[in-house]
Design a protein around this ligand. Structure first.
Ligand code: CAA
Length: 259
């Protein structure tokens, strides 16, 4: 891909690591950064040698939100006509598992970006918040929707209504926003370890799990359970189900071929 201005990327085995790299602005999510992020994620999603993706920032900031200076003079009509920030949701269309490894500030769009990932790991100094109300606006990329589903109404209301009640890493873990907290200098490595674990499993079956869990946010329980059971049935058409169950019966390690 052409030279990236706002991101660093690397691969480690079947894991892709994407690092937000706009240090002068605490990784504020300007349009150019998000265009690059979407492009890079799409490329890793299409790359057969990649099984999972880690998204991280710096130790100081995962991301301090949408770029306030870039958006401050925008008008309603252009926002509406261009569907301003609409392209941010492309991340939720990535079919491989994504893990956010969050250090420092995850504010506004930064918190929303983390919540668009499948798993969030936090460094012990991470801070999650939705400060938009202090700017005279509201969250625009899931802060009023995904946050409620993650931590419940009262905490989400408190955060979004005050803009100044933030969650520490430990609070975020207790509330269920984050699955694990690690020392700041270990969180990326731990995210990569988990991504490696996932990446060595059968990719199509991993994608089915992701599809099924995401379906739980969209449909009533009965429909979600049917969706799950049909996908479960369909795993039996894969080589990897035959291999996984044969390996168990033969007391050996499964060798998945992503088929
Ligand atoms: N947009 C643009 N620039 C930003 C930024 C943002 N969201 N956050 C930080 N920066 C810039 C600062 O302007 C500053 O630039 P200069 O050096 O050129 O002045 C640089 O990054 C360093 O920031 P600070 O000097 O402010 O660092 P600090 O340690 O004193 O404070 C902070 C850190 C508390 C995170 C503070 O930067 C801050 O409050 N940032 C804004 C947080 C925010 O309101 N986020 C929500 C944005 S709106 C949104 O995201 C909408 C949505 O839902 C999609």
């Amino acid at each position: 891909s052409p030279k990236l201005e706002y991101l660093l990327t690397e691969t480690r085995g079947r894991v892709a690591v994407v690092t937000l790299h706009r240090p002068k602005a605490l990784n504020a999510l300007c349009n150019g950064l998000f265009v690059e992020l979407n492009q890079v994620l799409r490329e890793f999603d299409d790359n057969k040698d990649i099984g999972a993706i880690v998204i991280t920032g710096s130790e100081r900031a995962f991301a301090a939100g949408a770029d306030i200076k870039e958006m401050k003079d925008r008008g309603f009509i252009e926002n509406y006509a261009e569907d301003f920030l609409g392209h941010w949701t492309q991340i939720t269309k990535i079919r491989k598992p994504t893990i956010a490894a969050v250090n420092g500030f995850a504010l506004g769009g930064g918190c929303e970006l983390a919540m668009m990932c499948d798993i969030i790991y936090a460094g012990d100094k991470a801070v999650f918040g939705q400060p938009e109300i202090k700017l005279g606006t509201i969250p625009g990329a899931g802060g009023t929707q995904r946050l409620v589903r993650a931590i419940g109404k009262s905490k989400a209301m408190e955060m979004c209504l005050t803009g100044s009640v933030n969650l520490t890493a430990e609070e975020a873990e207790r509330a269920g926003l984050v699955s694990r907290v690690y020392p700041a200098d270990q969180v990326v490595d731990e995210a990569i370890k988990t991504a490696e674990k996932i990446g060595n499993l059968s990719l199509p079956i991993v994608q089915m799990v992701k599809d099924a869990i995401n379906q739980s946010f969209e449909v009533p329980l009965s429909g979600g359970l049917t969706f799950e059971r049909r996908l479960f049935h369909s795993t039996f058409a894969s080589k990897d189900q035959k291999e996984g169950m044969a390996a168990f019966a033969e007391k050996r390690k499964a060798n998945f071929t992503h088929n």
